[in-house]
Ligand binder design. Structure first.
Ligand code: GLY
Length: 370
């Protein structure tokens, strides 16, 4: 059941190992990277309780010693104070230039630990061990690292590729169903942006993925990672094609900002709703058939996911205010909003040529039915 996806980036290439019980095998998988049998692990307090001892045992099985720092769980950890604490801890632990830092956690820990590794002694290697579905299929692969600024999310950071990613699909069993389905929003995104067959497979097998079928989970994570790896290999620093990974994200960022980045809307939930809106917009612009947005919404609904604006609890601002929030997205270039639209399921493309009125009308209608 174990799969390997290779991310081809020349001398920065690496493998993503995907399968059950990889924490227990972490020692033998990480050992080839080490110059001495010691690693420093950054994690969060929740993940530490669930998985740190399994990791410690897995490393010890290969004679590797582990030292660890558990930061508070939550998005507010992706900030200067916690970043400073992590870097100073790594220095206090005498982590050297040839050592390896391990990120054990979800996207927050992966981004923060990766950024700490990027700047520590001008760059040390790091291993991602993502423990959420979202981190396994998205944030742990591709080398985007960083923290949030008071001015916005992910505004401080670096491209720093990991040396290895261990996506242990067993640990997904400890996620809440809401968090799991939020990560599934990013899985669906891959089918929608570039692989209609994968989307069809998800329409049939999504319920098994959600229910915990391990073979289905491995297949869903592997196909997602393969697609991300291919796109990152073509465009590591997002000069072009990598923006395809932002399907649904322009709408999502406005909705996240409108809901205060709170529990009202998790990131992957916003991505799922954003994908449905991006297909609605594509259909209204005559790019894809009217059936496509209905099919997207039908799958999200069948999975028990947030699908429409009405599924977001509480009030939302009006359409004009939401479009203004989109304009604050950091991916705006020369004041031009960039959208990922689609000519059909699996056929996304990047464009700046979207009339504001078309976006407004999609949002107005979506808010009316909310
Ligand atoms: N999460 C989008 C990217 O890695 O480019």
């Amino acid at each position: 059941m174990h799969q390997t996806v290779h991310v081809e980036l020349g001398e920065r290439s690496y493998d993503v190992e995907i399968g059950p019980d990889l924490l227990a095998q972490s020692g033998s998988l990480i050992a080839p990277l080490l110059h001495r049998p010691k690693v420093a692990v950054l994690t969060d307090e929740n993940v530490a309780k669930l998985h740190l001892e399994t990791l410690r045992d897995g490393l010890a099985a290969a004679g590797i010693e582990m030292t660890s720092l558990a930061l508070p769980a939550g998005e507010s950890t992706k900030s200067w104070p916690h970043f400073e604490r992590a870097v100073e801890w790594l220095l206090a632990e005498k982590i050297e230039r040839r050592d390896v830092v391990v990120a054990l956690g979800g996207g927050v820990i992966g981004d923060l630990a990766g950024f700490a590794a990027a700047v520590l002694r001008r760059g040390v290697r790091f291993v991602q061990i993502p423990t959420s579905l979202l981190a396994q299929v998205d944030s742990s692969v591709g080398g985007k690292t960083g923290i949030n600024a008071p001015q916005g999310k992910n505004l401080i950071g670096a491209f720093h590729q990991p040396s290895l990613v261990l996506a242990d699909t067993s640990v997904l069993g400890t996620m809440t169903q809401r968090d799991f389905l939020s990560g599934y929003g990013e899985v669906v995104k891959y089918g929608l942006l570039g692989d209609a067959e994968f989307f069809e497979w998800l329409e049939v097998n999504g319920p098994d993925v959600s229910a915990g079928d391990m073979a289905a989970r491995v297949r869903a994570v592997t196909r997602s990672v393969q697609m991300k790896a291919d796109i990152v290999a073509r465009d590591e620093t997002e000069q072009g094609d990598r923006a395809l990974l932002n399907l649904g994200h322009t709408f999502c960022h406005a909705l996240e900002a409108a809901t205060g980045y709170s529990d009202r809307l998790l990131h992957g939930e916003g991505v799922a709703i954003g994908c449905a809106l991006a297909f609605e917009l594509s259909s209204r612009l005559g790019l894809c058939s009217q059936e496509d947005p209905s099919r997207v919404r039908a799958h999200l609904r069948a999975m028990g996911m947030k699908t429409d604006l009405a599924d977001i609890p509480g009030d939302l601002p009006g359409a004009e205010a939401l479009v203004d929030l989109m304009a604050q997205d950091k991916k705006v270039i020369d004041g031009q909003l960039r959208f990922i639209l689609a000519r059909g399921i699996g056929q996304a493309f990047v464009t700046s040529e979207v009339p504001r009125d078309a976006v407004l009308s999609v949002l107005e209608d979506a808010l009316t039915t909310a």
